[in-house]
Design a protein around this ligand. Structure first.
Ligand code: PEP
Length: 256
């Protein structure tokens, strides 16, 4: 089995201006000594308007922390008012970009086709897409969550080569667990993350599936991260609320 380095990604959502962003990154860096980065990759995902400031701190202080963006355009440039291109994000030194977060799928009607186009754009510009999938409560209660996630995964990666799939991160984020304080059990997270890896083996190949990092997201905090990330097919966490608290985010990164 490939050894997959855990990844902890802090999705700040629409929180913190650029000055607050600088302060948070400095506090996280202070709380998370360099030695931890041998064992875990840690990234912060601020709003677009903070990225340049985060870049300045990360570069200036030679931090091992990486950073990324919460979304990107499927287009490279042109008459797309309000959009941000993957080329711009790459130029700013972003490593990751979140694609298909449930808040984008729900509030901005992003379909699997849109998510696929954005995933391709990210790969084209050398960014690592963190492709999010996850079921709503109704699907979970109907017991259809595994099939639902497999379908969303296949749609979001349709037609990508094994090599391309090898360059993505998948985040399983049950919608009912995001921002609710209701975390999935470790077994629930493993069930879907295991099905994701099995599906990756089918649509790419076994070696690729073995190498891709599959994260869990949904009300992760310093108390519950250890058990969840301890599951065979869970390789880290996408963290929302808890990523805005420097001590909590540093301590959950250290545990993972
Ligand atoms: C998220 O926004 O991706 C998320 C998982 O949020 P929270 O950790 O707050 O549930």
């Amino acid at each position: 089995m490939a050894s997959r380095k855990p990844l902890i990604a802090g999705n700040w959502k629409m929180n913190l201006n650029h000055l607050e962003a600088i302060a948070l990154v400095q506090k996280i860096a202070f709380a998370l000594p360099a030695k931890y980065f041998d064992k875990v990759d840690v990234t912060v995902i601020p709003p677009f308007t903070d990225i340049r400031s985060v870049q300045t701190v990360v570069d200036g202080d030679k931090l091992l922390l990486t950073y990324g963006a919460q979304d990107l355009s499927a287009q490279d440039s042109g008459a797309y008012t309000g959009e941000i291109s993957g080329a711009f994000l790459a130029k700013l030194g972003c490593t990751f970009v979140v694609v298909g977060h449930s808040e984008r799928r729900t509030m901005h009607a992003e379909t699997d086709d849109v998510v696929l186009a954005k995933t391709k754009a990210a790969l084209k510009h050398g960014l690592t897409p963190i492709v999010c999938i996850g079921e709503g409560l109704d699907i979970r209660e109907a017991g259809e969550h595994v099939d639902y996630n497999v379908t969303q995964l296949k749609g979001s990666l349709a037609g990508l080569s094994a090599e391309e799939i090898g360059n993505v991160v998948i985040a399983y984020e049950p919608v009912w667990a995001i921002g609710t304080g209701r975390v999935a059990s470790a077994e629930d997270a493993q069930e879907v993350c295991g099905a994701i890896r099995k599906t990756l083996a089918e649509i790419a190949d076994a070696a690729t599936a073995d190498s891709v990092r599959v994260l869990y997201g949904g009300s992760v905090n310093a108390k519950n991260v250890g058990e969840i990330v301890g599951q065979t097919d869970v390789d880290g966490a996408l963290v929302g609320g808890a990523s805005l608290k420097s001590d909590e985010f540093a301590s959950l990164s250290a545990i993972a």
